[in-house]
Ligand binder design. Structure first.
Ligand code: SF4
Length: 159
């Protein structure tokens, strides 16, 4: 079977739906110019087109050299250093502590979809508007209770 025919698992990968037309891609580039003005200096945006900033406590997960979107690789040093560039702090180490600070810990339990490289270099704002990707989560009420509930659910599953 041609690999192009293998359907993408819908819940885990952002499907290019509706497909980006050549015209929309041009408009997306224009919008990305304005998006960059805000997001590059503030967050070091890497233009993934599928922004998950709101679930990573506003630390761009795409700055991880392995571009992991769902937690660290397991190679984080005891001092919180990155496995690939030990002189840097692990991006997910930062995400954890920032999430704690901002009371957004429950969002670390959310599974972010695998990056669809078709959307690399496109505007996340446009992709939210076109409903290709989820809208940002601005407020997280009762974060502590939510985390306790999630931990209790995990414990129940293990029993
Ligand atoms: S669009 Fe992607 S690369 Fe840019 S800040 Fe959001 S998560 Fe990071």
């Amino acid at each position: 079977m041609n690999t192009n025919e293998i359907p993408l698992p819908k819940g885990l990968v952002t499907v290019n739906d509706p497909p980006l037309t050549a015209r929309e891609r041009k408009f997306s580039r224009l919008l990305l110019f304005f998006e960059d003005i805000v997001k590059v200096p503030l967050f070091g945006c890497q233009h993934c087109g599928e922004c998950v900033l709101s679930s990573t406590a506003f630390v761009c997960s795409q700055r991880c050299p392995k571009q992991l979107r769902n937690g660290p690789c397991g190679g984080t040093g005891d001092d919180g250093s990155c496995e690939v560039y030990p002189e840097r702090t692990c991006v997910w180490y930062k995400i954890y502590f920032r999430s704690q600070l901002l009371n957004r810990m429950s969002l670390l339990y959310k599974i972010n979809k695998v990056h669809n490289w078709n959307l690399q270099g496109t505007s996340s704002w446009l992709n939210v508007f076109r409903k290709r990707i989820e809208a940002p989560i601005w407020f997280v009420p009762h974060d502590e209770q939510k985390v306790k509930g999630l931990i209790a659910d995990d414990a129940e599953r293990e029993d």
